[in-house]
Design a protein around this ligand. Sequence first.
Ligand code: IMP
Length: 185
Amino acid sequence: MAESRPEYPTPGDVGQILISSEAIQARVGELGRQITDDLVGEVPLLVGILKGSALFTADLMRSIRGPVEIDFMAVSSYGDATRSSGVVRIVKDLDAPVAGRHVILVEDIVDSGLTMTYLLEHLSGQGPASVRSCALLVRETGDAPPPAVDYVGFEIPPAFVIGYGLDVAQRYRNLPYIAVYTGPT
Ligand code: IMP
């Protein structure tokens, strides 16, 4: 007899699906082609920011036609659960130096842009050949414009979202789509 398991996602947690799995995959394919074309003859180094961009970074790497390398950093920002403060602490640094490399910083979502601004400065200071930025999502806040992002997957309205790597309290990263979180905060 099949064991009963709690319903997943928990009823009430997942609101409107903003971006379907199919739309994500199509857009990631386009970004991969763009990066391939922009860096012909080079070996880009994708730097994914854990944990939110893990799925996106893996799919983006698969969509690049040519040699490409991957590395990860983990950061924690001093903020509350849903808002970063811009003061970023590096919890896991890169495995190899980026000097002379064509680096593409890969973020899950740019909200205030503080995390990305900090990391771009951090990487630029290490003598890379170039640094580009890529974000699956950019949230339209209506506040000060976020940093210019070279490769943007989607612009989304101001709502907290989950899925495709993005979490709330470490959950829902495995949803294949991006949806508005409507559960308890
Ligand atoms: P920023 O520094 O304000 O741009 O915040 C960026 C970081 O905050 C992202 O890398 C995420 O880890 C987190 N974040 C911001 N908005 C969301 C969201 O809607 N869902 C999940 N994580 C988010």
